[in-house]
Design a protein around this ligand. Structure first.
Ligand code: ADP
Ligand code: MG
Length: 240
């Protein structure tokens, strides 16, 4: 589904990704963890072309993302993204927020877009909140609307960048549950997260990044119990 090979990315003189390779199969849940500033956000933003790259290859369903001729809108229909700051439209209801892109971008007729949006709001367990405005919802509820909004574009893979990091602790669990529901339905997910218990339970594969390289990776069983690299061990000892 997604394949990165030897990806290099700089901002001016600052090298942020120094030869990153990783592969994501359909239905996989991949967690990327690592210290702040290690390039995690940059890495996933490259996958939907929010960042360009200087060297290497990024394939999404066989298509080169780094190709200047690539249609970015088409790419972003396939690759959804959910951010730490959910950025809902404050003067639109939950339902309107979820319907907007399908109507405007996918040119769906309003009735079918609305039916699909209602089903998605139910899927993220917000039935009854269709007509609520973002300001009337908790952070966790707003983030679930943002996930529904991303799903409304019918993506093949979704990127999640620390989507629970800005939430009140009591609403983190419901957002993680929503992601878990998606994972169980077979949605391909690439997550940057600090939620180690979640990563351990839900991820198929974990990548640890430090200073723009993948230092260590593996399935959660081996990753958490048998980390080899001193940088991984140090990070885990601080966070677990
Ligand atoms: P992480 O998500 O792991 O915390 P980031 O990918 O956000 O790390 O950032 C990695 C490095 O790249 C940091 O040093 C950050 O300051 C820098 N960086 C990120 N985005 C930009 C940008 N648009 N312009 C310049 N530097 C950036
Ligand atoms: Mg980040």
């Amino acid at each position: 589904m997604v394949s990165l090979k030897d990806v290099h990315k700089s901002f001016g003189d600052l090298k942020v990704l120094n030869g990153v390779s990783l592969d994501v199969m359909k239905g996989d849940v991949i967690c990327i963890i690592g210290p702040s500033g290690s390039g995690k956000s940059t890495l996933i933003r490259c996958v939907n072309a929010l960042n360009d790259i200087q060297q290497g290859s990024i394939l999404v369903e066989g298509q080169e993302v780094n190709d200047p001729k690539l249609d970015k809108l088409e790419l972003r229909k396939k690759v959804g993204m959910v951010f730490q700051q959910y950025n809902l439209f404050p003067h639109k209801t939950a339902l309107q927020n979820v319907m907007m892109a399908p109507v405007r971008v996918l040119k769906q007729d309003r009735a079918s877009a609305e039916a699909a949006a209602r089903a998605l709001i139910k899927k993220v367990r917000l039935e009854g909140k269709e007509d609520a405005f973002p300001g009337e919802l908790s952070g966790g509820q707003q983030q679930r609307v943002a996930i529904a909004r991303s799903l409304a574009m019918q993506p093949d893979v979704i990127l999640f960048d620390e989507v629970t990091a800005a939430l009140d602790p009591e609403t983190v669990g419901e957002v993680l549950q929503t992601i878990k529901d998606l994972a169980e339905e077979g949605m391909t997910c690439i997550l940057v997260t600090h939620e180690m218990a979640f990563a351990r339970e839900v991820a198929d594969h974990i990548y640890f990044t430090d200073r723009g390289v993948i230092v260590e990776h593996g399935p959660p069983g081996t990753f958490f119990t048998n980390a080899q690299d001193p940088r991984t061990k140090e990070f885990l000892s601080q966070i677990l």
